[in-house]
Ligand binder design. Structure first.
Ligand code: THU
Length: 158
């Protein structure tokens, strides 16, 4: 019998401790929450992806009266980036959310499993870790990669 331990090292920063590029990305995700369409959950999520060409692509959750037809902020940003800048590597993604009170959530919101799987595809294409910055009201938790958030991911069907 063999056991394997999987560890995840998260860093937590005050927003003003971040470097300028990361702060800009977190602010873009925060701003993107305002473009959420969430009439059903009233939970407004914003995501911002920094690409290797320096562009920041933003997304926000888009809900639908047929609930499963809606999508999360992370996938809206990720597919928009892939469709607009095909072949350009992702470098980092920031995520922020506002609760039903309209305020930034007290705890960081992490991407759902489906978004982790979708983002992993682009991390593989990038060939380098895509850092994940999760904003709460006044802190940012940073994970080193998408893969670190999705142990034992499905990676091929051969
Ligand atoms: N949502 C996101 O956009 N990203 C997440 O990481 C978690 C959940 C959205 C989906 C839905 O519109 C709302 O938040 C409530 O689940």
């Amino acid at each position: 019998m063999k056991t394997t331990d999987i560890t995840l090292r998260l860093e937590q920063y005050d927003i003003d401790e971040l470097n300028a590029a990361d702060r800009e990305l977190v602010e873009a995700a925060t701003k993107a929450t305002e473009r959420s369409y969430a009439p059903y959950s009233h939970f407004s999520v914003g995501a911002a992806i920094r690409l290797d060409n320096g562009v920041i692509v933003e997304g926000a959750n888009q809900e639908n009266v047929a609930y499963p037809s809606g999508t999360c902020a992370e996938r809206s940003a990720c597919f928009y980036a892939g469709a607009t800048y095909p072949g350009v590597a992702f470098r980092a993604i920031a995520i922020a959310a506002r609760g039903t009170d309209g305020e930034l959530t007290e705890n960081a919101t992490a991407p759902c499993g489906a978004c982790r799987q979708a983002l992993l595809e682009y991390e593989k294409l990038a060939g380098a870790p895509v850092r994940v910055l999760l904003r709460s009201r006044d802190k940012v938790v940073v994970a080193p990669s998408i893969a670190s958030l999705l142990p034992l991911a499905f990676v091929d069907f051969n």
